[in-house]
Design a protein around this ligand. Structure first.
Ligand SMILES: Nc1nc2c(c(=O)[nH]1)N[C@H]1C(S)=C(S)[C@@H](COP(=O)(O)O)O[C@H]1N2
Ligand SMILES: [Mo]
Length: 319
């Protein structure tokens, strides 16, 4: 494995949390609950053998409009270097995440919609048109990767939900099940994980609902069966394992804002010139090569999204 957890650049979001600063993995194990639950989880091989009912949807045709100049990050690295706090605050959580059960799975649509509905995930997939897009991903921790994602435009899902004209934001929520996700037994965190976008952001053509990666259904550690990817924003906006999508009038408070509003905001657009309160955002380490490269405004996607923020300059757009 080329990636080590001890690098200086890996200033984790977990440093925002007293637990993670003071407790390492061993300490968590010693502390009881969390670690013991992790040990009791089903083993990797067992869960991995379940047949995925959506497997026939892959691979989907690559959309030539969304390709990256940078090399695709090796799958082996991306599938073993993850942020998924429901399972661990360590990156090496692929085994632990196999405890996630992704069927049956349904997604609830509610709030300001013509009619609330709950849809089984495979029925939802049948209603969508799948494509592959290669996107760059820039974590707020100053590392980046390039992934061939499969999925469909978030705009298509918004159309499917039929929001009312009064909706101003889309609010998304991850599952809540502490028996299945030991991290959710950590009461310090504001579970469940929540994220939000404005309606204009959600219907921008870049906003992508992801169901697969590397030409296959998403591995559990990457947020199966359905997660968001907004490549112009810091990675924490890309919420995993979504169960609920609501249309609301008030700006949603996301997980990281709830935890540490002085460091994480709603907009979280990538900007090399606006440092995180505790580290620079000017450059990033590329997973796989460990090369240090300059970070780009909106992660290089300004032509697609810069217009969304006209007239909002007084807002904390870059945290
Ligand atoms: N539910 C949930 N979604 C999440 C996270 C998380 O901890 N829980 N971490 C976020 C962060 S910080 C990043 S960088 C990406 C990581 O995605 P990956 O593991 O597929 O690379 O997922 C985001 N979505
Ligand atoms: Mo992140």
């Amino acid at each position: 494995m080329l990636i080590r957890r001890t690098r200086g650049w890996e200033i984790a979001e977990r440093e925002a949390t007293p637990e993670a600063v003071f407790l390492n993995r061993r300490a968590l194990l010693a502390a009881g609950g969390f670690g013991l639950a992790a040990l009791a989880m089903p083993r990797f091989g067992h869960a991995a053998e379940e047949a995925d009912p959506s497997a026939a949807l892959y691979p989907a045709k690559r959309n030539p409009r969304f390709v990256a100049e940078q090399a695709i990050t090796p799958e082996e690295i991306n599938t073993h270097y993850n942020n998924f706090y429901e399972y661990s605050t360590n990156k090496d959580l692929a085994d632990a995440a196999q405890a996630l059960r992704t069927r049956p799975w349904s997604v609830e649509f509610g709030g300001l919609v013509e009619a609330p509905k709950t849809v089984a995930i495979d029925d939802l997939f049948k209603a969508m048109q799948f494509e592959e897009r290669v996107y760059r991903h820039r974590c707020v921790e100053a590392w980046s990767m390039v992934v061939p994602w499969t999925g469909f435009p978030l705009a298509a899902l918004v159309a499917f939900a039929k929001p009312l004209g009064s909706a101003k934001y889309v609010r998304m929520e991850t599952f809540m099940d502490p028996d299945m996700a030991p991290g959710q037994n950590q009461p310090f965190y504001p579970w469940p994980y929540v994220e939000g976008l404005t309606m204009a952001e959600a219907t921008n053509e870049l906003a992508f609902m992801v169901t697969g990666a590397y030409g296959k259904p998403l591995p559990k550690q990457m947020g199966a069966p359905m997660r968001l990817h907004t490549p112009w924003k810091y990675g924490f906006k890309s919420i995993k394992s979504i169960v609920k999508i609501s249309f609301v009038e008030e700006q949603p408070l996301n997980f990281w804002q709830q935890l540490q509003a002085s460091e994480y905001g709603f907009w979280a657009n990538v900007n090399p010139e606006v440092p995180h309160p505790r580290w620079s955002q000017a450059s990033e380490t590329v997973l796989g090569t460990n090369e240090r490269v300059p970070t780009q405004l909106f992660n290089g996607y300004a032509p697609f999204v810069a217009d969304l923020y006209k007239g909002l300059q007084d807002q904390p757009l870059y945290m």
